[in-house]
Ligand binder design. Sequence first.
Ligand SMILES: Cc1cc2nc3c(=O)[nH]c(=O)nc-3n(C[C@H](O)[C@H](O)[C@H](O)COP(=O)(O)O)c2cc1C
Length: 261
Amino acid sequence: MKTIIFYRSAYKGNTLKIAQKMAEALGAGLVSIDTNPEVDVSEYDLIGFGSAINFAAHDVQLLRFAEKQNLKDKDVFIFSTRCRPYLGGYHKALRKIIRDRGGVIAGEFSCRGYDRTGPWVLMDGYNKARPDARDVFKAGLFAEKLRQELHPLADIYREPVEGHIEGVPARRKGSDVVAGDKVVFLDTSTCVGCGKCMDVCPMHVFGRRNGHVLPVYDRDCILCRICADRCPTSSILVHESLLNSLRIGLCESGLRKSYNR
Ligand SMILES: Cc1cc2nc3c(=O)[nH]c(=O)nc-3n(C[C@H](O)[C@H](O)[C@H](O)COP(=O)(O)O)c2cc1C
C-alpha cells in the first residue's frame, strides 16, 4: 500500500514524533509541507495529514495545503497533537476539506503535546514530555491497524477455499486467485514471480512450484512481515491475529527446525 504522510510540526516538534512512528509502521514517505512539496498524490493509496492544533483546528498552512490536493476516492487519515485533554471538534475543519476534495476518512488519531503558551508559562508548560513513549506507541498501533484494515487482501481468510494450487488452498478476491492457508496469503494474479519473498523469508515459507511462487509452509510464518514489505507488487498479506501470535509462542522448537531448513 503506497502511503505518504504530509505534516507540519512548527512549534516543538511534537507532531513530528507521531508522524515518524506512523511513517515507520506504514512504510510511508514522510513529507514536511514546509518544503513546498510538489507531490502527485494520485500515485498513493493512502494519504496522511497531521499537525498541531492551533486555535481549535489544524495548522492553517496544513489546511491550505490539503485544500490544494485532489483526493478523489483516496483513503486519507488525519492526526494531530494538542494541548487540551480532549479532542472535541478540533479535526472538523480538516475533515471537511478532505471530504470536499473527494477523500474518504480512513482513521483519525490525536494525542497531547507539550504547550508552553499563554497561561501555561506560569507552570513552565502543560503536558510536559508529551508526546511520550506511550503516545508514540499508540500512534504506531493506530497505523498498524490502518495498514491491516486497508490491505487489499485484508479479509481474504474469511473467503471459502475454492481449490488448491500445488497443494496450497486458493480463494478468490474478485477475479484474482489468492493462495494461502491461514497466515500468509499471496495474490497469484498480481504476483510477478520475482522470488524476492523466497529470498528474504527467514522461515522459508515460500517455494516455487511449477512456475508459481507460493506460501507453501505458511504455518511456519513468524509474522515478521519482511516478505510483504519487500514485495514489489504488494501481493502478500501476513494475517496478524491472536491465534497466529499464540501459535508462534507455543511452537518455538518446531519453528527453529523450519528456520534451519
Ligand atoms: C499558536 C498556537 C495555538 C495553539 N492553539 C491550541 C488550541 O487551540 N488547542 C489546543 O489544545 N492546543 C493548542 N496549542 C498547543 C499545540 O497544539 C501543541 O503544543 C502541539 O503539540 C504543538 O505541536 P507541534 O510541536 O508539532 O507544532 C497551540 C499552540 C500554539 C503555538
